[in-house]
Structure formats: structure tokens, C-alpha cells
Design a protein around this ligand. Structure first.
Ligand SMILES: C[S@@+](CC[C@H](N)C(=O)[O-])C[C@H]1O[C@@H](n2cnc3c(N)ncnc32)[C@H](O)[C@@H]1O
Length: 311
């Protein structure tokens, strides 16, 4: 079906195989998007799928694409961080697998008016959930220089954060920064000349940082891992695909912590933390796409899939 929405699902076979999706289970796709993974999950099983997305537009496309699966799926507008509440409302206690394919879809990136892309003129928006109040405009035009610097440094891993934050706050004194292209030019102008000629656009990291801040992305992933652990049956699996090192590191560390049996300081003679082991990490190293997939879908090049099993 041509819905005009395009997004090539990444690491599709690895997701299906590593989440052991092959039976009549209950599966959560917390980032249903254009329903690429969701279709494969429903096609390959007799299972039931709960598809969640913050983006109304993505959900209505997913509804069209998944229509043929009738009552074997339910779509929910919501934040995957609220997975526990979502499942409680649906009267579902435990599930067999949880998938999160993080970030934005190709469709969201290419829809100029959403303001995710620095190469398409649009108002500074970047909200995945368009009912949310905080936008990129507000961050860029009203956050303090210090706060901007922290966001750009911590969420963009940008070495030039101080210069960029300073240039933004100086520029907005004369008039607000209105569009993506304006912001991209301000960021590029703040860079020392050799850094303006990098392979990636000089505004890439700053745009990533502001998007993460607008959508509270890292906190949401942390909460979703906790909620996913609580929702999984013993033997159930959680798979998370991330697209940049910050996210991947967060997933790796959260999985590892959930695998630990004791977190007492080394000088405590007897364990007092009583920590429970909740997960077994299945992917010692993240699964990465083969060159063949990258050739067909260049966006897949930075994808990393990590999988853990509930114990
Ligand atoms: C990379 S796309 C997913 C694509 C999907 N797997 C497919 O095959 O088409 C990520 C999707 O997750 C959604 N999203 C991101 N953060 C979210 C959150 N905290 N809660 C729910 N949905 C979220 C985005 O709106 C976007 O539609």
C-alpha cells in the first residue's frame, strides 16, 4: 500500500530473529513509525502487537499499513516511557518482547515543516509529539547561554559548544532565530574555518542535541528500559536500535546494570543492596548492519541493535 510514508526498517531480520518472534505472543513495538518492523512481526506470527508512537501522523500511517491484521494489533498514541501505564490501561500484564527503534523516521526527517532537518527551511520545531509545548524555537530563543552550551555539549558531543551557544545568544539579541536554515548558518558561522569543511555538516551535532532536548529522548529511553523489564515475561526479550553513541552507551549501561547481581561498594563485606538480576545481555557486542543493507539504505549505517532477555 502506498501511503506516501517511507521509512526502510533497519536490521529487520536481526530484530525478528533476536527477539525470538515466532509464536503466538504479545509484542510491543514502542516506536511503530511507518510500521516496517510491526508488519514483519505480525506477518511472521499469529501474535498480537501493541504499536506505540508519539507522532499522530506516524500512527495514522501505521493504522493503514496494519489494517489487514484486523484485531491482532492495537495502536496507541503515547510515549514509550509510559509503557507501564499503557499496558495497565490495556489490561495486559506481561509481554513476550519489546522493540524500540529510536530516533526519527526518514519521513519525519524529510517532512520540512517538522523542522528536524537543517537543509530544509522550516520553523524551529523538532517535536515528535506536536501537542507538546516545548519546541526547538523556545530552546534556541529563550534558554540561557549556559543551558544551551550544556545541551549542545552533552547531547551533541560537540566540542565547539561554548562558541556555538555564545553565537546563538549574541545573534538572537537583534532578532529571534526563526528557522532551521538560519540556525544552521549561525552554527556553521560559529565554527573555526577548518571545522566548517568537515564531511558532515557543521550543524549536525547541534541539531541532534536540540532534538534530544526537545523530546527528552535520553530520559525516555531510560524509563522505557525500566518499564520494559517490568513488563517482560521471564524469557521475554527487549531489543533497542540506536543511531548515535550517546543512546547506544545508555542502552549498553542500562542493560549491564540490570544484569548485575550486586552493586555494593567493594569495601562492604556482605551484600546489603539485595539487587536482583533482571536481564541477561544477549548481544555482547551490538549487532550492526551488513554492507549490503547500508548500500540499500544509507541511514542504516549508524544503527546498533542491543538485545537482552528477562530472567
Ligand atoms: C526510527 S522511527 C521507527 C520506524 C519503525 N520501526 C518502522 O519500521 O517504520 C522512530 C519512531 O519512534 C517515534 N518515537 C520516538 N520517541 C518516542 C517515544 N518516546 N515514544 C513513542 N514514540 C517515539 C518517532 O515518532 C518515530 O515515529
Amino acid at each position: 500500500m502506498d501511503t506516501g510514508f517511507y521509512h526502510e526498517p533497519v536490521l529487520l531480520k536481526d530484530v525478528i530473529d533476536s527477539l525470538c518472534i515466532n509464536k503466538k505472543g504479545i509484542y510491543v513495538d514502542g516506536t511503530v513509525g511507518g510500521a516496517g518492523h510491526a508488519q514483519a512481526i505480525l506477518q511472521d506470527t499469529k501474535g498480537f502487537l501493541i504499536g506505540i508512537d508519539r507522532d499522530e501522523e506516524a500512527l495514522s500511517i501505521a493504522a493503514q499499513k496494519l489494517a489487514r491484521f484486523g484485531s491482532r494489533k492495537i495502536l496507541v498514541k503515547g510515549n514509550f516511557a509510559d509503557l507501564s501505564d499503557i499496558l495497565t490501561k490495556l489490561n495486559i500484564e506481561k509481554v513476550d518482547a519489546v522493540l524500540l527503534d529510536l530516533g526519527v523516521s526518514s519521513h519525519q526527517l524529510d517532512a520540512a515543516e517538522r523542522g528536524f532537518s537543517f537543509s530544509k527551511e522550516a520553523p524551529l520545531d523538532m517535536r515528535m509529539d506536536r501537542c507538546q509545548r516545548l519546541t526547538a524555537y523556545e530552546i534556541v530563543n529563550s534558554f540561557s547561554q549556559r543551558e544551551l552550551e550544556r545541551i549542545i555539549r552533552d547531547y551533541g558531543e560537540e566540542r565547539m559548544a561554548v562558541r556555538i551557544a555564545r553565537t546563538i545568544t549574541q545573534t538572537r539579541k537583534s532578532s529571534p532565530v526563526e528557522t532551521t536554515v538560519e540556525l544552521a548558518a549561525i552554527v556553521a558561522g560559529a565554527m573555526p574555518p577548518p571545522l566548517r569543511r568537515q564531511q558532515i555538516h557543521p550543524a549536525t551535532r547541534t541539531f541532534q542535541a536540540i532534538r534530544i532536548a526537545v523530546n527528552n529522548e535520553l530520559d525516555n529511553v531510560k524509563k522505557a528500559i525500566e518499564a520494559g523489564i517490568a513488563a517482560l515475561k521471564v524469557g521475554g526479550r527487549m531489543g533497542i536500535i540506536s543511531f548515535h553513541s550517546l543512546e547506544d552507551r545508555l542502552v549498553k549501561n542500562e542493560f549491564r546494570n540490570a544484569q548485575k547481581s550486586c552493586v555494593c561498594p567493594p569495601d562492604v563485606p556482605v551484600c546489603v543492596c539485595n539487587k536482583e538480576v533482571k536481564l541477561r545481555v544477549v548481544t555482547r557486542k551490538a549487532i550492526m548492519p551488513q554492507q549490503e543493507e547500508i548500500n540499500l539504505n544509507p541511514r542504516a549505517r549508524s544503527a546498533r541493535l542491543r538485545v537482552a532477555e528477562r530472567v
